[in-house]
Design a protein around this ligand. Structure first.
Ligand SMILES: Cc1cc2nc3c(=O)[nH]c(=O)nc-3n(C[C@H](O)[C@H](O)[C@H](O)COP(=O)(O)OP(=O)(O)OC[C@H]3O[C@@H](n4cnc5c(N)ncnc54)[C@H](O)[C@@H]3O)c2cc1C
Length: 295
């Protein structure tokens, strides 16, 4: 995966002169909702989009592994961490609105979109960049339904705006994800009336999910032409299964929770056991919804 970085001097040189905060060896468990993940070789929080673009361009130019981190609510980092540059978007928070539409930068929390009327996203703990990357959503709809256009950093190193059609959004996937395109921000429209209220969605979540325990949300995508992943995992006998401090939630079998000191390796072993068990019992191969970063 690219050139392996050498020492801390190299890490500091990579982001030298860029406005933002840099930390060497930053534990990624501090930046994921799973509370799992070892140190990042270099952890950089750019202050503005220019620094975000430049940091990625430099890493690309030097062949150093890089990873864009939003709210960290859909990732499982290795216990050994990430041997490259992790660029966190939490400094990219600009939100400009008029009456019909608004532009939100990559680090804006999805909860801010809910406040603007995108109620289908109620309760999803991520950012605009992470939400667009995997087309986050609920039973009431996905983020793509509100998108007018997305601003990305092209492979040529230049920012450009692409239409919603070009993003090719589908169930928990997008072309942004397939082409590994960093998202700078997006323009959204807001429907006047939504079928499902924010309160109802939050209530459903509260009553069906292990809210309060560290997790990364649903581990697996719901498979096509089959019952939901949670149902399959439950009926294959994995509800409540535990490995170390990694627990298949007794409340919602598609969640793995961290009871305190769960290791990424334990979560991954549970994932493999569940996949194999569900395949054996139902003949269905579950695909992870979370991003497993095993660089
Ligand atoms: C309790 C809980 C409940 C959840 N419920 C739901 C739900 O109902 N529906 C749902 O869809 N998801 C749900 N999730 C999963 C998660 O919140 C969403 O997938 C969310 O969109 C992830 O956003 P993030 O900013 O946290 O992304 P991260 O976890 O930081 O990153 C996820 C992926 O997106 C990429 N990414 C992040 N920012 C950018 C960017 N600017 N440009 C390009 N790529 C980027 C990362 O590189 C990574 O590949 C839940 C998670 C938890 C913990």
């Amino acid at each position: 995966m690219g050139n392996l970085p050498q020492d801390s001097g190299d890490a500091l040189r990579l982001v030298r002169g860029l406005p933002g905060e840099v930390r060497l060896g930053e534990p990624l468990c501090h930046h994921t909702t799973f509370r799992i993940g070892g140190p990042a070789w270099c952890f950089f929080v750019p202050e503005n989009r220019e620094a975000f673009v430049e940091a990625i361009s430099r890493a690309r130019g030097e062949g150093i592994p890089w990873f864009v981190l939003g709210g960290g609510s859909n990732v499982l980092f290795h216990d050994r961490g990430f041997p490259g540059l992790v660029i966190a978007t939490k400094g990219l928070l600009s939100l400009q609105a008029n009456e019909e539409k608004f532009f939100a930068e990559a680090g804006v929390p999805l909860s801010a979109l809910v406040s603007k009327g995108c109620s289908a996203l109620a309760g999803i703990p991520g950012t605009v960049g992470g939400g667009l990357h995997m087309n986050a959503g609920t039973q009431a709809g996905s983020i793509s339904r509100y998108v007018l256009s997305v601003e990305v950093l092209g492979h040529d190193g230049l920012p450009r705006r692409i239409s919603v059609e070009e993003c090719d959004f589908a169930y928990r996937s997008s072309r942004l994800q397939r082409l590994h395109l960093p998202v700078l921000g997006a323009e959204f429209t807001v429907p006047k009336v939504e079928a499902t209220s924010t309160e109802e969605l939050l209530w459903r979540r509260q009553s069906s999910q292990p809210v309060g325990l560290p997790s990364a949300g649903c581990i697996f995508r719901n498979p096509p032409n089959a019952p939901p992943a949670g149902w399959l995992i439950d009926r294959a006998g994995f509800k409540g299964a535990r490995l170390g401090d990694a627990l298949v939630s007794p409340k919602h079998a598609n969640f793995i929770c961290n009871l305190g000191r769960a290791k990424a390796s334990e979560v991954l072993s549970l994932i493999e056991r569940i996949r194999e068990g569900v395949r054996r019992v139902f003949g269905v191969l579950l695909e992870p919804e979370i991003e497993i970063v095993w660089a």
